[in-house]
Design a protein around this ligand. Structure first.
Ligand SMILES: Nc1nc2c(ncn2[C@@H]2O[C@H](COP(=O)(O)OP(=O)(O)OP(=O)(O)O)[C@@H](O)[C@H]2O)c(=O)[nH]1
Ligand SMILES: [Mg+2]
Length: 336
């Protein structure tokens, strides 16, 4: 995956830009489990954010950039090999996936809601995602409160319509329209891709004319080291039950790219001894499974063999430990 430089590095770009390019910053918001990360990945066409069926999977705001040509297709500007196929960028959308909005109970939750609040400033558009297969209730209204306070144009996006009959949508739309003035209401399925081209087209129509902020091949600013930790965390969440998905954190201690191999060493943190036993499993079977699944995916991402070392550690009440939460922050990895 390319984690590209900012635009000024690209001397070629300005001459190739069409006169009218639209660009802007769009945050994806909603309750936990609404499908925000699935939508981000679908737009970007690559796995930037981990996805699980458990709520509270995403813990930090995650950037995903989409650059489109005049036909709304992913843009190719610098592929080099067949210049006749190169297309000029017509739009660039810098999406931000965010943690699911809910009442905070721990310092980690509070930090996650801070990430959401940060994702509301200086935005061109918000997407408020609602799981259309569930009743719209007080937790959704709580989440909507963040959007209302932001004072930024917002699309109401009903996700998971593959799970419901079309007639079930109308009362939902009516209910939500009474709570806030939305710029557009669009039903989609982030999983099957239904209506995603329409949503993308409407997003672009709402963006101002502007420059490319990133080269067209840029997908995210997240370091590979962080993505590696997230992939490991995803496997921990998918393979464990009850409180463990919420009580687990992953810290990548070593990320060494060698010629034919990447050596990754990571620590899986849990809050209690008993949880450590569960992650390791009888005879180490669970940890082995987590390691195998993570390694296979990492080898696909890095296009290289991976040597993955995993250790499990107990750090009591880490979700309420501001120092440890700082250690987990990927921005520290790039020296911000
Ligand atoms: N049927 C169906 N399932 C979906 C759709 N979009 C997402 N899902 C599923 O919903 C679950 C949650 O998806 P995520 O993308 O992780 O949701 P999220 O909003 O990012 O969740 P948090 O990060 O926890 O806030 C996963 O099991 C997805 O596969 C959809 O359009 N249809
Ligand atoms: Mg998510």
């Amino acid at each position: 995956m390319d984690t590209g430089d900012l635009l000024p590095g690209h001397a070629d770009l300005p001459q190739k830009l069409p006169t009218k390019c639209r660009s802007g910053f769009v945050s994806i918001l909603g309750r936990p489990n609404a499908g925000k990360s699935t939508l981000l990945n679908a737009f970007v066409g690559s796995k930037v954010a981990i996805v699980t069926e458990k709520p509270q999977t995403t813990r930090t705001a995650l950037q995903g950039v989409v650059t489109l040509d005049g036909q709304g297709a992913p843009c190719k500007v610098f592929p080099g090999e067949s210049p006749e196929k190169e297309t000029a960028p017509a739009a660039q959308i810098i999406f931000l996936d965010t943690p699911g909005i809910q009442q905070p109970r721990t310092s980690l939750d509070e930090q996650m809601m801070e990430e959401v609040r940060d994702a509301l400033g200086d935005r061109d558009l918000l997407l408020f995602l609602v799981d259309a297969s569930r009743p719209f209730g007080p937790p959704d209204e709580y989440a909507l409160g963040f959007v209302k306070r932001a004072n930024v144009p917002c699309f109401l996006v009903f996700n998971k319509i593959d799970r419901i009959g079309k007639e079930a949508l109308l009362p939902l739309i009516e209910q939500c329209r009474q709570l806030h003035v939305f710029a557009e209401v669009i039903p989609i399925s982030a999983l099957t891709g239904e209506n995603l081209p329409l949503l993308l087209e409407r997003i672009v129509a709402h963006l101002p004319e502007g420059p490319l902020y990133f080269p067209p091949e840029h997908i995210t600013d997240l370091p590979l080291r962080f993505l590696a930790g997230e992939i490991i965390r995803e496997k921990v969440i998918l393979e464990t039950r009850q409180e463990l998905p919420y009580a687990s954190a992953v810290l990548v201690e070593k990320f060494e790219e060698k010629e034919n191999l990447t050596h990754i060493a990571a620590e899986i943190f849990v809050e209690r001894e008993g949880q450590k036993g569960i992650v390791i499993g009888a005879g180490g079977q669970m940890l082995k499974r987590i390691g195998t699944l993570a390694r296979q995916e990492l080898e696909g991402l890095l296009e290289k063999k991976v040597f993955l070392e995993l250790h499990v550690k107990v750090r009591e009440r880490w979700r309420n430990d501001p120092e440890f939460l700082k250690e987990l922050d990927w921005r520290r990895m790039v020296g911000e």
